[in-house]
Design a protein around this ligand. Structure first.
Ligand code: ADP
Length: 395
């Protein structure tokens, strides 16, 4: 039982990330990425331990990349695959947990595609290709939205006419569920609780960013909404803006919807504010050299994050701790410290030394004595997907 293997797949329209995970272990057996699929430059890169390799797949598609992966997996695997776990971005209201993939589940993922037009069709390409290549293995879908299906109506409804919800599914769904679920479980275990106990605010800060209030293993509210644009300042996404901005830009600048979507999704956030970069590492360096845009971007990022988490605290009866994760949350002492300065109202007091001395990849607590916990926990969405896939099959 301890040796079961799960292949975790995360598909974009021209890319495919994969990791072969052994049950209950932290490191992938083999992991990698196929990129530029469908183009003459298509290629597959992978890593096993310290060994890296790559293969060119001219004009290869997702199925070609998976077929090329098959012998690599067979060479590394000591047993047949127990499952293939697929990350699916949007499960709409159909899915509150992982699902064994069959024709009905595929239809339901298709039905949710209008809510995630960039992601769900790409996820489906991966599912269909993998079901061809790994035809004897059970396939499981894990939805980014599923963890947030426990939100109460007062958290997930927009103040819009009822029929937009009942007939068109317009409501807040939330994303990054796999990550929030994983880190809050780890936080509970790290602080001596049962995995499903605790009142947490978690901040997943990568290229996309979201915050979440979790009580006893259930998401009660989160910052992302109908789409992953709502909420926090992100690498290139604006997060919250005045909902009248679209109309204003159309009236005053004559911009059409495609232009405005481009602005809000690709040209805003840290990149737009700094005028320099969407990459936090680069912004921290520029700020240290006195770059005013980088300073402003970091200031707005931290203040909005604190404001979001203080707002989400309304969902909780008490606070056991806050959790930082994702590339920024795990690695930036500056962002953690500056965000927490705005959160003193919740009694959070950071141990500055512990914050600065934190080692990359470490899961630990960095609060002063008497403060609610402040935790840094490296996220591991692939592990959560692998564990959930196996848990579903065990039922
Ligand atoms: P993704 O959402 O694509 O998975 P990541 O979780 O890897 O992204 O996060 C990427 C972000 O993490 C980038 O903004 C990057 O600059 C930031 N980051 C990574 N390492 C550091 C670091 N040491 N200090 C500050 N930011 C960092």
């Amino acid at each position: 039982m301890t040796d079961r293997l799960v292949l975790v797949i995360n598909c974009g329209s021209s890319s495919l990330k994969f990791a072969l995970r052994r049950e209950g272990t932290g490191q992938p057996v083999i992991s990698g990425l196929a990129e530029r699929l469908g183009s003459p430059e298509a290629n597959l890169q992978w890593q096993t331990g310290a060994h890296k390799d790559q293969l060119s797949l001219p004009s290869g598609n997702h199925a070609d990349a998976l077929s090329a992966l098959l012998p690599l997996i067979s060479a590394e695997a000591s047993s047949p695959l127990a499952a293939v776990g697929h990350r699916v971005v949007h499960g709409g209201e159909h899915f509150t947990q992982a699902q064994r993939i069959d024709a009905q589940v595929i239809e339901a993922i298709k039905a949710s595609a209008p809510l995630a037009p960039l992601h769900n069709p790409a996820n489906l390409i991966g599912i269909e290709a993998a079901m061809q290549v790994f035809s004897a293995t059970p396939h499981v879908a894990i939805f980014d939205t599923a963890f947030h299906q426990s939100m109460p109506a007062h958290a997930y409804r927009y103040a819009l006419p009822d029929n937009l919800y009942t007939e068109h599914g317009i409501r807040r769904y939330g994303f990054h569920g796999t990550s929030h679920q994983y880190v809050t479980r780890q936080a509970s275990l790290l602080t001596g609780r049962r995995a499903d106990q605790g009142a947490w605010l978690s901040a997943h800060l990568g290229n996309g960013c979201s915050s979440c209030a979790v009580l006893d293993g259930r998401s009660l509210d989160t910052s992302m909404g109908l789409t992953p644009l709502e909420g926090l300042v992100m690498g290139t996404r604006s997060g919250d803006v005045d909902p009248n901005l679209h109309a204003h830009l159309q009236r005053t600048l004559g911009w059409d919807l495609a232009r405005i979507e481009q602005l809000l999704n690709r040209e805003s956030g840290l990149l737009g504010l700094s005028g320099l970069s969407n990459d936090m590492r680069q912004l921290e360096q520029a700020r240290a050299q006195g770059h005013a845009g980088a300073q402003l971007a970091i200031d707005v990022f931290c203040y909005r994050l604190a404001r979001s988490m203080l707002g989400l605290a309304a969902a909780l009866p008490r606070l056991d701790g806050v959790i930082f994760t994702g590339g920024i949350g795990e690695n930036s002492a500056l962002i953690r410290a500056q965000t927490l300065e705005h959160m003193a109202l919740l009694g959070l007091r950071l141990d500055n030394q512990a914050n600065s001395n934190l080692k990359r990849g470490e899961a630990t607590q960095i609060q002063q004595h008497g403060s609610p916990a402040i935790l840094v926990i490296p996220t591991d969405e692939e592990r959560q997907i692998a564990d959930e896939s196996l848990a579903l099959l065990d039922h």
